[in-house]
Design a protein around this ligand. Sequence first.
Ligand SMILES: Nc1nc2c(ncn2[C@@H]2O[C@H](COP(=O)(O)OP(=O)(O)OP(=O)(O)O)[C@@H](O)[C@H]2O)c(=O)[nH]1
Ligand SMILES: [Mg+2]
Length: 204
Amino acid sequence: MSRMYTLLSGLYKYMFRRDEYCILILGLDNAGKTTFLEQTKTRFNRNYKGMSLSKITTTVGLNIGTIDVGKARLMFWDLGGQEELQSLWDKYYAESHGVIYVIDSTDEERLSETKRAFEKMITSEALEGVPILVLANKQDVETCLSIPDIKTAFSDCINKIGKRDCLTQACSALTGKGVNEGIEWMVKCVIRNIHRPPRQKDIT
Ligand SMILES: Nc1nc2c(ncn2[C@@H]2O[C@H](COP(=O)(O)OP(=O)(O)OP(=O)(O)O)[C@@H](O)[C@H]2O)c(=O)[nH]1
Ligand SMILES: [Mg+2]
């Protein structure tokens, strides 16, 4: 009887277990991180009534959001991007499974500033081997920088990326274009990254 119980409860746990991954959303202030998170929650959570994207204001502290994709649960930490808040980013590195780095493609003036912040982030040892999705955001704006423009501006970072998955994806957090592609790529990467195993959570 008790063996039967063990067997069934083991099976139950297996079936109702989720692998949980923590994904950081980083980038300068005004890049569109919080807008991206709200758009993602609206797209991946069936019953989520998103807040109006136009009501989002600058993040002081952090926003947390969760989505389920297949058996994976992604927990997003959307951190504030203002300069004085950037010093808090590395507190989260050791526990993260992936990073989404958001760039404002309409802001050519701050391109070198965002590149410096990106460089500092990818050279951090605590993030070694962690997949990075670079989102070239605000592609809905006609006059924005293209993906090749951004890749050229970031070209001397390439040798610092090291052995990790990295993708630059065109996106608009506002319209949702490119959001699903980015998330699906990230899910694929974190699942196959054996160096950072997920936390396992029972579904209750
Ligand atoms: N046109 C356009 N505007 C966008 C897009 N994504 C965000 N925005 C706008 O950019 C501004 C900043 O967006 P947020 O999501 O607050 O930016 P953030 O990166 O979270 O900024 P911090 O919290 O200060 O770090 C808002 O006015 C958004 O409506 C986009 O894809 N296209
Ligand atoms: Mg924000």
